[in-house]
Each structure stands twice: as C-alpha cells, then as structure tokens.
Ligand binder design. Structure first.
Ligand code: SAM
Ligand code: SF4
Length: 329
C-alpha cells in the first residue's frame, strides 16, 4: 500500500475521463474562454486501464470516474468495464450530473459500476437554471430514477451551497432523506482555477455550520453517525425520523487533509497531487512511451512522494492552472 511522506495510505484513485461538460455550473466552468484538451491529449480507454492496473498493483483498491461530465464519453461503458475488471480494484464509483443516466445507467451497472454520486444543487426549477445553467430539475430527477432502477444503492446526492443562489434550498434537499434511504451531502465551495469561478467561490462561500443550522431549524437537530471509514470526507448525520443520511463535506472550514487517501489522474494524463494545489506529475508520456507497468508504477510512487501535506487556502493559495472541471473534484 503506498504511504506518502506523512504516513497517509494512498489507495483511492480519482480518474477524470473528460474535461467537457453538458452543464456550466457557475462555480465550476465559465461560459466563455473555455479551453478544452485536444482529443488526442486525452487518455484512451486502454491507457486509463493501464494506469489503473499499475495503481492496483501497488495497492490502490478504489476508483472514482469523474470529469467534466464522464457520461459524455461515448466509450464510458467500456472504460468502466475495463477498470472494474482489474484485479485488486474492489470499488468503482462515478460522479455525474445524471442528465445522461437514463441513457447509460443500466449498461454502467452491468459493466461493473458499483455506485453513483449525483450532483444537484437545488430542486427549484428556476434556481437550478441560474446555478447549474443548462440543467433542469426534471432531467436530473429522471437521471436519479434511472440510477435507482438500475440498482445503484445507496443513491448519494451532492449539493454545493452558494450564497444568494441556493443556501435556502438545503432544507428541501435534506428533506429527501426523510422518506428515502438516500445520502444527501452538502459541499463547501472551493476557489479553483483563479478566474471568475474562483472569485465567485470566495465571495459566495457558505460554511457548513450555517447549512447545518439552517436544516436543523426546520427539520430538527440531526444526530451524528459514527464514521465508518476514516477517509470519508463527509461528516454524517441522521435527521429525526429519517431513513437516509445527511452529510457535510467541509474542505474549507474543516480540512480533512490529514486523512486524505487520494490521487487524481486528469483526463489529459497528469497526476494531480492535491485538489487545491497546482503540482502535477506527468503520467501520459510514460503510458505512451510503452514503458510498461513498472515504469508507470515508478511515476505513481514519485507522485505519492510529492503529495503536499495539506491545502493552503488560509494563505490565499489554491489551484490556479486548472478549474474543477479539469480535475474532477
Ligand atoms: N460533472 C460531474 C458532477 O458534477 O458531479 C462530475 C465532475 S464535478 C467537477 C465533481 C463535483 O465537484 C461535483 O459534485 C461538483 O458539485 C463539485 N464542484 C465543482 N466545482 C466546485 C467548487 N468550486 N467547489 C466545490 N465543489 C465543486
Ligand atoms: Fe459540469 Fe460537474 Fe462542473 Fe457542473 S460541476 S459544470 S456538472 S463538471
């Protein structure tokens, strides 16, 4: 199992497979001046598979497919099938905005995808347009139903909380857990990419303590749940009488860097060492030079060695070179 220089066990690889998206959430992707990686720079399904096989060979066991919007890749099912079939990988999940799940959910499930996390910031038809721009509640809801019908369980919902956009909508999102065994998690805004999205994240940030109080004021005090997995970034609770779980992911107000177990592989083949830092190590050249699994494992080991201790948002430092859509969250 790869241990970094701070004795953290790095066994979770987040694999971004595209930087394209069918939405333009205000804190993630600007509307104009977007630059996407040229197609030939994206890792192919076979290259992603080799990267993950190499990682599995040194102890990684968990993979999350992300993007951009991963379901935009026409070979998304093939990618999942290849990764789910790798010895040592025992959990393959995906983060998605769900819009295309009616098309893909069954096939993804059959290909070996274990879980989906669905991103929706509000259930209000107008505010969703403002925040996630090209999304509609009906489309996301159809995606959630497709995920359920395909047997994904539990359904996890991720909502980013943005002041003056959706901070009041957290109550209706949390209410979903009363009747359903879903997990609804609230994520604090992070500034990435240095441009308009980062500026918005800084000015519209809502601490999760405020979100928790807002939910408790209407739905009652939530009871904390034991933390089953020490690397789970979410602090979980159950509302009175609820079937499901609410969770708070607080990278800004309560950083969890000390238990970080992640490495990120970008769609263009870079190992991104910490979400909120620009340091990267190139993996694509090694994959394309035909260096074989051992060379890839050498690069993975270097990336783990160079992984920073923690983020430095308090010092005003974050990722400048890439937006969230180019890393994958
Ligand atoms: N398109 C997919 C989706 O939206 O779930 C996968 C990629 S998206 C970049 C992954 C996650 O990052 C989503 O849950 C999204 O809400 C979150 N995210 C994007 N920008 C963020 C930001 N600036 N701060 C906090 N979370 C962010
Ligand atoms: Fe697309 Fe996900 Fe970014 Fe929204 S958060 S723009 S859905 S990549």
């Amino acid at each position: 199992m790869p241990l970094d220089s701070f004795n953290r066990q790095i066994n979770y690889l987040r694999v971004s497979i595209t930087d394209h998206c069918n939405l333009r959430c205000v804190y993630c992707m600007p509307i104009r001046d977007l630059h996407f990686a040229p197609r030939e720079e994206l890792l192919t399904a076979a290259e992603s598979e080799t990267g993950v096989s190499a990682a599995a060979g040194v102890g990684y066991s968990k993979v999350r497919i992300t993007g951009g919007e991963p379901t935009l890749r026409s070979d998304v099912v093939d990618i999942v099938r290849r990764i789910a079939g790798i010895d040592g990988i025992d959990d393959v999940a995906m983060t998605t905005n769900a819009i295309l799940l009616p098309r893909w959910a069954e096939e993804l499930r059959r290909a070996g995808l274990n879980r989906v996390n669905i991103h929706v910031d509000t259930l209000d038809p107008e505010r969703i347009r403002r925040l996630m721009r090209f999304a509609s509640v009906d489309e996301v809801w159809a995606g959630i139903e497709a995920a359920q019908n395909a047997g994904f369980d539990p359904i996890k919902i991720n909502a980013v909380v943005v002041r003056d956009y959706n901070e009041g909508d957290v109550v209706e999102l949390a209410r979903l857990t009363l009747e359903r065994d879903w997990h609804v998690r609230f994520i604090e805004l992070m500034p990435l990419g240095g441009g308009e999205c980062a500026r918005l994240a800084l000015s519209q940030y809502v601490p999760n303590t405020e979100t928790r109080d807002r939910i408790a004021a209407v739905l009652g005090d939530p009871t904390p749940l034991p933390n089953v997995n020490p690397s789970d970034e979410s602090r979980n609770y159950r509302l009175p009488g609820a079937r499901g779980v609410i969770g708070f992911i607080s990278p800004v107000s309560e950083p969890y860097c000390g238990t970080c177990n992640r490495m990120r592989l970008t769609a263009d083949g870079k190992l991104h060492l910490c979400l909120l830092n620009d340091d990267e190590v190139d993996l694509k050249q090694t994959l394309r030079n035909g260096g074989g699994i051992e060379s890839v494992q050498g690069i993975l080991a270097e990336a783990v060695r160079r992984k920073p201790t923690g983020h430095r948002l308090d010092d005003g430092i974050s990722t400048e070179d890439r937006g969230m859509f180019q890393i994958g969250g």
